[in-house]
Design a protein around this ligand. Sequence first.
Ligand code: SF4
Ligand code: SF4
Length: 474
Amino acid sequence: MYNSVSTKAEEFICDEEIEQVIDFSKKNYLDKEIINEILSKAENFEGLDYKEVAILLQCLKNKQDDVIDRVKKIAMKIKQHIYGNRIVFFAPLYLSNYCVNACRYCGYNHSNCNMKRKKLTQDEIKREIIALQDMGHKRLALETGEDPVNCPIDYVLESIKTIYSVKHKNGAIRRVNINIAGTTVENYKELKEAGIGTYILFQETYHKKTYEKMHPKGPKSNYAYHTESMDRAYQGGIDDVGIGVLYGLYDYMYDTIGMMMHIKHLEDTYGVGPHTISLPRMRFASGVDLHDYQNISDDIFFGIVAILRCAVPYTGMIISTRESKESRKELLKLGITQLSGGSCTGVGGYADSDKDEEDTQQFNVDDTRSLDTIMHDLCKDGYIPSFCTACYRSGRTGDRFMKLAKTGEISNVCQPNALMTLKEYIMDYASEETKKYANDLIEKEIQNIKDEKIKNTVKARLKLIENGDRDFKF
Ligand code: SF4
Ligand code: SF4
C-alpha cells in the first residue's frame, strides 16, 4: 500500500502505485487539457508531482515533440529565473576503491579481479588536496567503496579533517560533500559533526527486482536498508541530501517516477526534499559489458532533464564528466546547475596525473577537458562558473535554504558569490586566455545585480580580491 510518510521503503516507493501511474499516463498523455494544466503549473514554478511527471515522460516516450519542445522552453525559463547564469563547480575525490559489494555496473565491484585496489594515506590525501587546490577547486565530493575493514567510518572522518586542514597558497577546500554507502544513524551523526556539506547517495534503481539483480552480494544488496538510508541520515541530523538514479539499469520512466516518489517522501516526512539530484547515465567501466544495459539516447536524456527541471524547480541538478562536452553544453540550457570539472575517477590521480589512473578508475570519463578549459568555454558562452560554498558555511541548509530558494531570494546571493569566487579563480589559477573572457563577463554581469547596495559591496570586494584578500561571501 502506498504511503508517502511510511518508514518502510516498499511503502514510500510503491511498485504497484508506480505501475498504476504508468498505466494512467498511457491513457491520458494525449489529453490536451491535462497537458496544458501541467505546463501552466510548471510555468508558475509550482513544481510537478510524480503523476504529472509520468504524463510528460509518456509524451517523451511517444515522441510528442510539440509538448516536449514546450517543456524544454519552460525548463530554460525556470533555470534562468531561479539560477541565472551561474554554474557551480566541484570535483570528485576518490579515497579508496576497496569494496565488499558486487554492483554489476561498477569497476570497483568486489568480484573485479582486474581492479588494482588502493586506499590513500593521510599524506597522499594532502597531496591530492594540494593538486585540487592548484586547479582552483573549493568544493569536493568524497567517494569511497564500502569496506568496513579497509575503509571504516573513522578513516572517512579523519580524511575529512585532513582535507579541511590543508591551506596551500590561497587555496582551501571550503565544502566537502560525501558520497559513501548507506550507514547507521550514529555514523550520520558523526559525519554531520565533521562538517560535511551534502550527503549524497544514489539509489541506482528504484525497481526492487532489478536492484537485487544488480547488487547480488554485500550489504548494498539489501534494497530496504539502502532505500531508507536518507531517512537515517535525517535522523542523524543531516538536512542536506543528494539523490540520483543510474540511468540505464532499468526503465527510465519507472526510475524517474520512483525518484519523484522519494522526493515526496522526504518532503512529506521531514519537511525538506533533496538539495541536489545527480543524473548519471551508464558508462563503460572495467569488467562491465554495456550490452547488458538499456542505455538511453541523448533525446530521451535531455527530455528527462527538462521534465525534472519543471518538476523540482528549486533543486540543484548535477551532471558529471561521464557526459561529453557537447551533451553538457546542451544540458546546461535545460536546467543543470552544477558540473564537475577536471575530474579524475581513479584513486590518487590528481597528484600523480602522469601515472596511468585507468587501473584504479571507477568508470570512464567523457569530458576530459581541464578545469581551466571548461572555465574558458563557459565564460565564452556567457555562464558564470562559480566556486561558491556560502550556504552551508552560513548555516543556510535544510528548510532554511528551501525557504530562500522558493521565494527566489537565493538568487540575490548566488550571483554575487559566483562573481567573487570567479574573481578569486582569475587571480590565482586562470590562464591568460581564460582571464580575458572571465574579466569581461564579470564586468558585464555586475551590471545585472539589481540591489544597488549589494552591487557596490561586490565592486568593493572585487577590488580587495585583486589586492590579495580572499573568501568573501553573502
Ligand atoms: Fe562498491 Fe559503490 Fe561500486 Fe557498488 S557502486 S561496487 S558500492 S564502489
Ligand atoms: Fe549554492 Fe548557496 Fe552559493 Fe547559491 S549562494 S551557489 S545556493 S552555496
